[in-house]
Each structure stands twice: as structure tokens, then as C-alpha cells.
Design a protein around this ligand. Structure first.
Ligand code: HPA
Ligand code: ZN
Length: 324
């Protein structure tokens, strides 16, 4: 089964490109850009990755991203992830990026997006991996800041398929971003949002009803509300679940407690994803291995999870047919 999991062609729908920054590349970029890291060695970095909740991770994740300065840095980061895709038999990936993490450090929007999209182009041509790019707003910042970011993105509209919402969930409800999501929808972007990761299941309902999202990122808190479970099943709304992320950030105490198998058995449209693999100890295949070993998944379950990802992706109907 492990061999089957490793080889089956997969899609990934929840992946933060800044979360693929491996300690080794972090050191190389720090050196290249003359930036002083708080850590002396790769081992020391890995020891710091001992998270207690989402915020404890975000503090370290934003700090790590400071080594990304030039277009080449964003290119190298992205191309390294695409090489990992190849190893994991990922043939299609939908990547989040957080422009505000960089523009707040005076990195130009075009530097970020050109570096990432040049690598995606090469990934398509050299590795045969198709991709889409989703721009996330940081929810701990204001809606006004999100509007500015949407404005900066307008010049690069053809490179960005959709809009997402990430960072600190508790205290930053979907309703805070109602108008900017309305504007993004009007401009033709697809819409997703992190909801119900460690925040209330009510944020999932609000992301659907107020932000009108096409997919929910995480969404695991839905398990604790029957009415919402029923709705997600009826409407077949995709949930991009990230098992290793959830255990590393203590959303579940351990993998045996994870509810993904129960949600799948209930008939929900769940998918498996790696979120921030350089920080959470594993890429997509590792996430599949972890749930397979701990939750008694069958071969059919694996196939359903993989098909759900292709079906819920933002690729054309024609390409979906080709992939499925
Ligand atoms: N949740 C919220 N924000 C994030 C995450 C996440 O899992 N990963 C990167 N930014
Ligand atoms: Zn995420």
C-alpha cells in the first residue's frame, strides 16, 4: 500500500509556498542575502519547530520568510517544492502565497510573483507539473490592507486563479473580509478561505455564507456540528485537510484522534494536503502514510481522497477528464 500511495498520481490543493522553505535553503538564502538568522545550525532550527498551537508556528514561519528577498529566491523556493512534487507523484498543485509577508518588508509585488510564476512555468515544461496560484490575505491585518494587496495583484490577474485567507484564525472572523471578497468575486477570482482549523465551526458557515467561498481550507471543526456536516455533504463542498499540520499544531492530540476517516465515511468531499511541509515534518506522501497507518484506511479510501482532489481543483473540465 505504501508503494501504491507513493506512485498514484496526485493533486495538492493546500500548500503555502513559504511553508516549503527547508532549513537548508533558509541558511543558503540568509548567506546569499547577508541576513543574520536567530539559529546557528539546521539542528537548532528543527528544535525550534516544537509548536503548541497555530500562533506559535506562525511566529516562526513569518520570521523564516525574511530570508526571501530577490526574484531568484522566490524562484528557488518554488522550484525546490516542484522537485518534491515530482518525488511525491504530484502532477497538479494549487499553491498559496502570502504577498503581505513580503510587501511589508518592502519587497515588490512583482519580485514575488515573477519569481514564483517563472518557476511554475519551468515546472510545467521540465517536470510536467501543472499548477495554479492562489493569493492569500493575512487575516491578522486589516481589510483595508487586503484591498491594497488586491489592487497590487490587478496587474498580474492572469497569473492568479483565486483568493484565500490565512494566518491567525481566532479573533479574525471571515466577516472582517466580506467586502474584499465581494470585490475579488466581481473581478472573477475563485474564492477559498482557511476556516475551522482551530477556530469555531461557525467560521466555516460564515466563510460559505458571507465570503461565498468555493472551498474550505482545513474545515476539520465541522465534525462537531451535525447540521454543518449534513450541509457539507449535500453541497459536496471540498475541505482541504492537512493531517500532519493538524497534529503538529495540536488541533488533534495525535494521528489516531484525527477525524478525516470519519468525515470521509460520512460522505464529505475531503482531500489530503501538506500545508507547510518544511515545518510540519512531511510532504504529501508522508501525510497519506500517516493517516493510512493510524486510521485504518482502505485502498478505496486512498483512491477516493485522490479523486476528490482532482475533482475539487480549479483546472478545466477537459484537464480533469484527462487526469481522472
Ligand atoms: N493556517 C493559517 N495560516 C497559515 C497556515 C495555516 O495552516 N499555514 C500558513 N499560514
Ligand atoms: Zn494552510
Amino acid at each position: 500500500m505504501i508503494e501504491f500511495i507513493n506512485k498514484i498520481p496526485k493533486a495538492e490543493l493546500h500548500l503555502h509556498i513559504e511553508g516549503t522553505l527547508e532549513p537548508k535553503l533558509m541558511f543558503e538564502l540568509a548567506k546569499r542575502n547577508n541576513i543574520k538568522l536567530e539559529y546557528k545550525s539546521i539542528e537548532e532550527i528543527k528544535e525550534a519547530y516544537n509548536f503548541t498551537n497555530l500562533q506559535s508556528f506562525l511566529d516562526i514561519y513569518y520570521s523564516g520568510a525574511k530570508v526571501l528577498i530577490t526574484e531568484q529566491d522566490f524562484y528557488d523556493l518554488t522550484f525546490e517544492y516542484l522537485l518534491r512534487c515530482k518525488e511525491n507523484s504530484i502532477i497538479h498543485t494549487e499553491i498559496f502565497f502570502d504577498p503581505q509577508t513580503h510587501t511589508s518588508r518592502n519587497i515588490e509585488f512583482k519580485t514575488i510573483i515573477n519569481g514564483i510564476t517563472n518557476a511554475l512555468e519551468d515546472g510545467k515544461n521540465e517536470l510536467g507539473i501543472s499548477s495554479k496560484l492562489i493569493m492569500c490575505f493575512l487575516r491578522h491585518l486589516s481589510q483595508e490592507d487586503a484591498f491594497k494587496t488586491l489592487e497590487q495583484a490587478s496587474k498580474f490577474k492572469e497569473k492568479i486563479i483565486g483568493i484565500g485567507l490565512d494566518s491567525s484564525e481566532i479573533g479574525n472572523p471571515p466577516s472582517k473580509f466580506k467586502e474584499v471578497y465581494e470585490e475579488a468575486k466581481r473581478l472573477g477570482f475563485m474564492l477559498v478561505a482557511h476556516a475551522g482549523e482551530e477556530g469555531s465551526y461557525k467560521f466555516i458557515i460564515d466563510a460559505l455564507d458571507i465570503l461565498k467561498v468555493n472551498r474550505i481550507d482545513h474545515g476539520v471543526q465541522a465534525f462537531y456540528n451535525n447540521e454543518l456536516m449534513q450541509r457539507l455533504k449535500e453541497e459536496q463542498i471540498a475541505l482541504t485537510v492537512c493531517p500532519l499540520s493538524n497534529t503538529k499544531l495540536k488541533v488533534f492530540e495525535n494521528m489516531k484522534q484525527h477525524t478525516i476517516k470519519q468525515m470521509l465515511d460520512f460522505g464529505l468531499n475531503v482531500t489530503v494536503n501538506s500545508d507547510d511541509p518544511a515545518y510540519f515534518g512531511g510532504y504529501l506522501n508522508d501525510n497519506f502514510h500517516a493517516i493510512y497507518k493510524n486510521l485504518d484506511l482502505s485502498k478505496e479510501d486512498i483512491i477516493t481522497l485522490v479523486k476528490n482532489s482532482f475533482n475539487s481543483s480549479f483546472i478545466s473540465k477537459e484537464l480533469k477528464k484527462e487526469y481522472l
